[in-house]
Design a protein around this ligand. Sequence first.
Ligand code: AMP
Length: 328
Amino acid sequence: MRIILLGPPGVGKGTQASRLSQALDIPTISTVDLLREAVIERTSLGRAAKMMMDVGQMVSDEIILGVIRDRLLVGDTKKGFIIDGFPRNMAQAEALDELLNKLGQPVDLVIQINLHIDKLMQRLLGRRFCVSCGMVYNLFIAPPSMDENCDECGGRLRQRADDTEELLGTRLRVYEFQTVPVVDFYRERGDLREIQGEGSVDSVFASANKVTEETRNQLDERTRLIRTAVKRKQAKEKEEKSAKLSSMFERSAKKAAEKKAAAKKATAKKATAKKATAKKATAKKATAKKATAKKATAKKATAKKATAKKKVVKKKTHKKKAAAPRRR
Ligand code: AMP
């Protein structure tokens, strides 16, 4: 699951984040811890961050976004994560959205822990941490058995530099003006669940766990619905594909039949044309034969006529000869 924990300073986000992290077996990404590590290592980023942290002001978006991006790219976040202390303004919220979408890991749940300002002041002013092991105490709510030392390791207890009354006012104002719009943004989007930060750590954790469980169930239901929708879509696509294939097949079969018919027609046409040509040739031949016969007949007739004429002439000549007086 991918969770963001929001709430004013001192509300107990860090404590609840580590409890949820244990319960869900996913890492916590705390901007404050990441910044403090950089401060301790005295990197250039750490020095820039310290200047702002010391006066209760927000570290620049550029620095914090770089820190978050690098942390989200570590492999352990693939199974989910809890982000504590980020985003704290709208620019950070939008940048986080863009980054998580790019990574294909959108936020599943945003938990806002609310607490009355008087309680917040009490918690922040009473907060002490062990310089050796980091254990956190509260002089009013969860005091150590020895006033100035850690119960776990005996290390010295110290107040955070920005937990003074003067800086608390600044931090709360920064929260009011810059982070409350982020809470509204997630509320409008339907990702926000609000819980009360009052009561024991266990009771607040029970509330946080409850909303996490509910969201997980909703997500399971949503996942189930999405899977069903995906399956339906896939089946529809398969059906459409096979319909397309069979219509393609039908079309190509039709085309082949048409081609065959056209070829048959062409062959028939050719045969007809051949027949016609042969007929024409036969007719021509017959005509020629007839003409030759006619010519021969005519020639014969002419010859006959000529012979007849010749006979007549011969006869006439003979008659004439016979009629003519004989010379003595
Ligand atoms: P907190 O203990 O949560 O109030 O954080 C302590 C300080 O860390 C803040 O006053 C800021 O200087 C710095 N910080 C932590 N998270 C952020 C953030 N998301 N953006 C800017 N500054 C931050």
